[in-house]
Design a protein around this ligand. Structure first.
Ligand code: ATP
Ligand code: MG
Ligand code: FE
Length: 333
């Protein structure tokens, strides 16, 4: 059972071939970071153009690396949202063309469901299951009572965690995307600033990161005005500790209220070493009966392998679409 999967929701053009939903035969990822870095973020028009230039190369490479032919495939899976409309459309159009030309079933995939399935390459999924989804555009706690049945318990009311990392990174002069560098600096500093932990004790599963971001930016600007030099490593450590504290405490709250067999940690920010260590420690100490499935580091960011893993399950659940499939930029679960 082979799935050919397409992911073009943001600034990565990615195509993969996945066998039986859990084995990667190929996972080609063409990133555009260099082109967006000088703008400090993803420029949608630039992203679309890159996808157009890359998509056929990625497709050929994905099939060649996997050593398979179109005749070997069972289905085509594609991210149709959420994401940038121009970017999504390139993947959707390419996937439709392949499905039509080779008479293959076309399976529509939600990008965020895809992020969860990055953890499928670690172990089999068991239900009920919880997911902490932290990425550039989303921060969500998702309850999955049974296979492919997603319910969002809580989400960010303003900035996503990754977005906050990228914005404070900019203030410190770190290139986009800033998460990895801030994470490294955080490990060399200490939480001396004690930034706010918004909504940490509130009786819900929601998040807010814009207050933390403002507090951080004000602290840096005020120091600049006084011509005072702040310790960059301590700033990074303080910011990261605040993010991790709220992510961990809301996840614990959800696990206490909704008993589950597994916790999935996924999305770009799931690559954060501080977060991985903290969630692992919390589960060991307080929820030792919950299995932790952390998306492999290489599959935390956007990639088509995770879309193929989700695609196999969606295909088994008879999810299909036809040539009328359109991109849905604001798609939710
Ligand atoms: P979404 O999935 O919500 O549509 P996206 O696809 O743009 O958004 P991802 O590719 O999943 O987001 O994740 C990218 C984000 O992850 C960026 O904001 C980046 O700074 C962040 N990130 C990457 N590595 C780390 C890290 N080690 N620590 C914190 N953040 C990180
Ligand atoms: Mg990206
Ligand atoms: Fe993503």
């Amino acid at each position: 059972k082979l799935i050919l999967s397409f992911e073009t929701s943001c600034d990565e053009t990615s195509i993969a071939v996945i066998e039986n939903g859990d084995t990667i035969l190929s996972n080609i990822v063409a990133t555009q970071i260099d082109s967006h870095q000088r703008f400090g973020g993803v420029v949608p028009e630039v992203a679309s153009r890159h996808h157009i230039e890359q998509i056929t190369h990625c497709l050929n490479e994905a099939l060649e690396t996997a050593k398979v032919d179109y005749n070997d495939l069972s289905a085509v899976a594609v991210t149709y949202g959420p994401g940038l409309v121009g970017s999504l459309l390139i993947g959707v159009t390419a996937a439709k063309a392949v499905a039509f030309a080779h008479d293959l079933p076309l399976v529509p995939i939600n990008h965020m469901a895809g992020h969860i399935y990055a953890a499928r390459f670690v172990d089999q999924f068991k239900y009920p299951q919880m997911a902490l989804l932290v990425s550039g555009g989303h921060t969500e706690i998702v309850y999955i009572e049974s296979e492919y049945d997603f319910k969002v318990l809580g989400e960010t009311r303003d900035d996503a965690a990754g977005e906050a990392y990228d914005k404070i990174g900019r203030v410190l002069g770190v290139n986009y995307p800033a998460g990895k560098t801030i994470d490294e600096w955080a490990h060399e500093g200490h939480d001396t600033f004690n930034f706010p932990r918004a909504m940490e004790k509130d009786d819900n599963y929601d998040f807010s990161f814009s207050g933390l971001k403002s507090s951080f930016i004000n602290t840096v600007h005020n120091a600049e005005q006084r011509e005072e030099k702040l310790d960059t490593k301590d700033l990074a450590a303080s910011f990261q500790q605040s993010v991790i504290d709220v992510l961990a405490s809301k996840t614990e709250r959800a696990l206490a209220d909704y008993p589950v067999k597994q916790l999935v940690l996924a999305g770009g920010v799931a690559a954060n070493q501080g977060l991985r260590d903290r969630i692992e420690k919390d589960l060991n100490q307080k929820f030792s009966n919950v299995q932790l499935l952390m998306a492999p580091l290489k599959l935390c960011g956007d990639n088509a392998a995770m879309i193929g893993a989700a695609g196999q399950v969606a295909f088994d659940h008879k999810k299909r679409t036809d040539m009328s499939l359109n991109a849905v930029p604001g798609l939710s679960f």
